[in-house]
Design a protein around this ligand. Structure first.
Ligand code: 5GP
Ligand code: ZN
Length: 113
């Protein structure tokens, strides 16, 4: 998608602190971290949100979560972490390219409010 911020990061048109890349996905640090560790895992394919996936995407979705788990280990999040997906307007999604937030090194509250 031409106008998508995260597609531009994937293409290298906007800089980001990349921490992982493979054929299907990248991960990079969030520009406005909400915890000492806060990174995003996103598919290279432009998918708007979790509301825009079907059976064909199940391997990709699993892949993204495994990347999250692997990177959390690499970042030393042995005390735990939170994985967040904001979906759509009510979910508070601000960038319309599917992404999982991984937040760690901070005690998270529940419910989030
Ligand atoms: P959402 O609110 O859609 O779940 O999350 C979007 C996230 O993208 C936010 O946490 C925001 O800080 C992050 N973000 C927005 N613009 C940029 C950017 O240009 N670079 C990076 N690294 N993160 C961004
Ligand atoms: Zn995109």
């Amino acid at each position: 998608m031409d106008n998508c911020l995260f597609c531009k990061i994937i293409k290298g048109e906007i800089p980001a602190n990349l921490i992982y890349e493979d054929d299907l996905a990248i991960a990079f640090e969030d520009i406005n971290p909400q915890a000492p560790v806060h990174f995003l895992v996103i598919p290279k394919e432009h998918i708007v949100s979790l509301d825009n996936v079907d059976e064909n995407k199940k391997l990709l979705l699993g892949h993204l979560l495994l990347i999250a788990s692997k990177l959390a280990k690499e970042k030393g999040l042995e005390e735990g972490y939170r994985v967040v997906n904001n979906c759509g307007i009510d979910g508070g999604q601000t960038v319309d390219h599917l992404h999982f937030h991984i937040l760690g090194k901070r005690k998270m509250l529940w419910p989030p409010g």
